[in-house]
Every structure is written in structure tokens, then in C-alpha cells.
Design a protein around this ligand. Sequence first.
Ligand SMILES: Cc1cc2nc3c(=O)[nH]c(=O)nc-3n(C[C@H](O)[C@H](O)[C@H](O)COP(=O)(O)OP(=O)(O)OC[C@H]3O[C@@H](n4cnc5c(N)ncnc54)[C@H](O)[C@@H]3O)c2cc1C
Length: 284
Amino acid sequence: MKAAAFDYIKPKALSDALSLLEQGGDDAQLIAGGQTLLATLNMRLSEPGILIDITDIEELKGISVVGEKLRNGALVTHTEIEDSDLVAKHAPLLKAAAPHIAHRAIRNLGTWGGSLAYGDPAAEWPACSLTLQATMVIHGPKGERKIAAQEFFIDLYTTSLEPDEILVATEIPLASSDQVFYFHELARRHGDYAVAGLAAVAQKKGNVLSNCIFTFFSVSSTPVMAAATQGIVNGKALNEQLIAQAVSTVREEIDAIADITNSAEAKTHLIGVLLERGLKHLIA
Ligand SMILES: Cc1cc2nc3c(=O)[nH]c(=O)nc-3n(C[C@H](O)[C@H](O)[C@H](O)COP(=O)(O)OP(=O)(O)OC[C@H]3O[C@@H](n4cnc5c(N)ncnc54)[C@H](O)[C@@H]3O)c2cc1C
């Protein structure tokens, strides 16, 4: 199938894009890398009357360090994140996760902001943004607002973005020297969406982890943080017994949902496998 006819406009300023979005109302839709949207247009799952291409807007581009935060513009591509020295130094979890997103040709076009705004629970960036405690910078008709990643992902493909708002950037606290990271996903083939995945961060002192954040993705309608499991691990010497307790807790804590090929039971099992591997990696 081919997409239904639509008007196309490519503004150069964020303010123009916001005005167009407001004027277009329900009939207008933003397009960034197009790596998700073009497929939904062609399948006629979405039929906007006007597409607003935001890829010429300079305010949405670039990776930089601003104060104590790493700022990723919404238009930063997956490849730019994969190749960035700033990301490698200040947010190594993102560097580790990037190669798992599809294939390089898709990563060359797909964007950080597009992935976050789409809110796919199987995608890597929403989970990483939760783990790294990102703040979303959003512009709309009323100006700028900032919201924590924990409050941004509401439900399946649903975020707190209003239809007349644009995700402009994110701000991520810079990694500290005592922080350790783990990213892993279990997928049928490299580049496929994960059957289950884990993005984790902790502070490490000897064999004790603290301030742990474990975010599982592709297991529920949003990425999910394992708060009870984090509480069990935080501040205690990690040994086989504690790992077993954490694995059992995480399988209880996360209410996995089946997808078209994998049962909830399989996902629950994999959640435990990922956590065990993650804890052993973080402490190594
Ligand atoms: C074959 C294939 C495999 C893929 N595999 C993976 C994978 O393994 N993991 C993964 O995470 N992704 C995967 N993707 C999706 C890819 O990462 C997309 O690039 C990404 O999900 C969306 O980014 P985009 O820039 O292409 O957004 P678009 O497709 O342009 O837009 C997606 C949605 O976000 C909205 N939007 C875009 N930018 C903004 C913004 N700044 N503010 C507000 N709304 C905005 C659009 O209106 C649209 O609704 C795959 C895609 C393909 C085609």
C-alpha cells in the first residue's frame, strides 16, 4: 500500500513548526527520521493531512554538555549517539545500547526524539532515558516545560506529549566515575526488537552496588523500573544468595505481558536471566 495524499512542509525554525502544528490541529503530524512514521503512513494506520518535517530545525540538533548535563537534541540520530565521544564519556549506557537498534541504515535516519516521542515499549531509548533519569525538554504554545522520563511514558505508544508540543531535547546527568552500566537484550536476531531487555546503572564500591536503577523493556506496555528489586540490591554485599533473592523478586515484581510470539511466562523467565547476568556484570 501507499500513503494517502498529504501536504508537506519543512520549516526552519522551531517557532514556525509549533505554529504549523497548532494551526493544523488533529490533521497535522511531525516527521523526523520517518523510520517509524513512513511505515504507518504506507499501511494507512495514520493519515495526516499535513506532514511537518522538522529535520531542518537547528534548535533540535546536536549533542553537547551544558553544565552538569548531557544535552541530546531531539534530531540526534541513533548513529550520532553510537559514534559520539561525548556520549561514550558521559552516558556510556547509550553507547552500549545504540548498536542494538535495527541496522546502521535505519540508525542513520532514526532519531533520539522520534523514538522517545513514539513511546514504543520495545525500543531501547525510552528504557535508557528512564535508567539515566533523563529530563524531557518540551516546547508548546505555552512555552517550555520540563518533565522527568519517569512521568513521560504513560502507556503503550502513549507519552505525556500533547498534540501541539514538540520534544526539543533531553538532559541527562553526567555519569560519575563510580557508576557502572549494563545494557543487554535478548532478541531472535541482532537488530530485531528485543524479546526482553535490561538497561541498568549503579554506583559500585567493592562488591556493593547502590543507587541501582534496573529498567526492563519489551516486557510490558511501557519500560518498567524494578523498584523493589533495586531496594533489595542497594547497599548490600552482592553474593550468590542476594542475586538469587533479587532474581526471585524481579520475577514477582514485573507483571510481564505476552506479545505475538512470546508468552508472559517466557518473558518473566528472561527478566530473571537478564537481571542475574546484569548483576554479575555490574559487580565484575
Ligand atoms: C526495520 C526497522 C527496524 C527497527 N528496529 C528498531 C529497534 O530495534 N529498536 C528501536 O528502538 N527502534 C527501531 N526502529 C524504529 C527506529 O528506531 C525509529 O527511527 C524510531 O522509533 C523513530 O524515530 P524517527 O526519527 O524515525 O521518528 P518518525 O518515524 O519520524 O516519527 C515517529 C513518531 O514520533 C513523532 N515525533 C518525531 N519526532 C518528534 C519530536 N521531536 N517531538 C514530538 N514528536 C515527534 C512523529 O510525529 C511520529 O508520531 C526500527 C525501524 C525500522 C524501519
